[in-house]
Design a protein around this ligand. Structure first.
Ligand SMILES: *Cc1c(COP(=O)(O)O)cnc(C)c1O
Length: 290
C-alpha cells in the first residue's frame, strides 16, 4: 500500500520546521497508529486470524485506528475499554466502524493477557493486540518512517506515550547509520521511563535525547498556555495538532528553540503522528480559552 506522508516545510514564528505528515495517511487509521498496525495486521493475516482484540482508554486513538483498519480489511474488532461504561464521540466512531466494546473495571483491565485468555481462549480467530499496538511489529512499521526520508536532518522529534514509535524511529536511524539525533517528548509525567521502554526494542541509545518537562501535568492534562499555543500554531500554519500528543511536541520544539537549547539553524524534522480526534475530548478547554 502506497502511503501518503509528504514532508512539508512549514514557517512558524521566525523559524521553519520540516513536518512529516503522517497525519495525512488516513483520517482514522492515523499517523503512527497505521505505522504500528501495519505489521500487526500482516502477522494476524499470516496466522489466519480474523478477529482483532485490543485495549484502550475511552479516548484512545489506537481503538479508533484498529476499528477503522479492521473494517477496511474485513476483520472483526473487539476492544476492552478501561473504566465504567460511557459514551463519547470517539467510542461512537469506533462503533460505527463495527467495533464491539467491553467496558472493563480498572483492576481487571490491568492484566490484558488474562482478559484475553478468559474471553477468547476458545476463539481460534482471535488475535491479541496490546494497548496502543505496542509490539516489536509496531517498531518495524515505525522504522519505515526513517526509510522514507530523502534528505538528512539534524534533529528528528516525536511525541511518546508508550515509546514504541520512538523505539522504531531510533531503530531506523541506527539501521541506516544516520547522524540524526532523535528528540523524544514524553506526554506522561515522569517520562524517564521511556528510555527503559525504548531499550526493550533497541539497544543503542546514543542518538536518543528525552525532553521530560513538557507533559503539562501528565497524560491528557493541558494548560491554558498549551491550548493557546495549539490555536496559534494551527491558525498560523493550517496544520491541526492535538492537545494530547503533537501539541506538546510542537510546544517543546518551539520552547527549545526560543531558549536556544537547540539552534534555530538546525534542520528539524517533526513527525506529525496524527491522532487529531483527541481534540474531541478537550473541546471544552478550547472553547473556554477562545
Ligand atoms: C498513540 C500516539 C502517540 C504515542 O505513540 P507511542 O508509540 O505509544 O509512544 C503519539 N502521537 C499520537 C498522535 C498518538 O495517537
Amino acid at each position: 500500500m502506497q502511503l501518503h506522508s509528504p514532508i512539508h516545510l512549514v514557517p512558524y514564528n521566525e523559524n521553519s520546521l520540516f513536518i512529516k505528515r503522517d497525519d495525512l495517511i488516513d483520517p482514522f487509521i492515523s499517523g503512527n497508529k497505521w505505522r504500528k498496525l501495519k505489521y500487526i495486521l500482516l502477522d494476524a493475516a499470516s496466522k489466519n486470524k480474523t478477529h482483532l482484540v485490543t485495549f484502550g482508554g475511552a479516548y484512545s486513538n489506537h481503538l479508533l485506528a484498529t476499528a477503522a483498519a479492521a473494517a477496511k480489511y474485513q476483520l472483526k474488532a473487539t476492544a476492552f475499554v478501561r473504566g465504567e461504561e460511557i459514551s463519547n464521540e470517539m467510542l461512537a466512531l469506533c462503533k460505527i466502524f463495527g467495533m464491539q466494546l467491553h467496558f472493563t473495571d480498572r483492576e481487571s483491565y490491568k492484566n490484558k493477557l488474562e482478559l484475553f485468555e478468559k474471553h477468547y481462549k476458545n476463539d481460534e480467530n482471535a488475535y491479541f493486540v496490546d494497548e496502543g499496538g505496542a509490539s516489536k511489529e509496531a517498531t518495524i512499521g515505525c522504522a519505515e518512517i526513517i526509510n522514507e526520508l530523502t534528505e538528512p536532518f539534524d534533529y528528528i522529534f516525536c511525541a511518546a506515550g508508550t515509546g514504541t514509535t520512538a523505539a522504531g524511529l531510533l531503530k531506523g536511524i541506527n539501521q541506516l547509520g544516520l547522524d540524526s539525533q532523535l528528540h523524544v517528548v514524553p506526554v506522561l509525567k515522569g517520562g524517564d521511563f521511556i528510555r527503559q521502554e525504548i531499550s526493550n526494542y533497541e539497544q543503542d541509545l546514543s542518538k536518543l535525547q528525552l525532553h521530560t518537562d513538557y507533559h503539562f501535568g501528565g497524560y491528557a492534562k493541558t494548560s491554558q498556555e498549551l491550548i493557546c499555543f495549539i490555536k496559534d500554531f494551527t491558525s498560523q500554519t493550517g496544520i491541526l495538532i492535538d492537545p494530547i500528543y503533537t501539541g506538546k511536541m510542537f510546544y517543546a520544539i518551539n520552547d527549545l528553540i526560543s531558549k536556544k537549547q537547540i539552534s534555530k539553524d538546525a534542520k528539524i524534522l517533526a513527525i506529525h503522528t496524527g491522532g487529531l480526534f483527541g481534540i474531541l475530548g478537550k473541546i471544552d478547554e478550547f472553547e473556554k480559552n477562545s
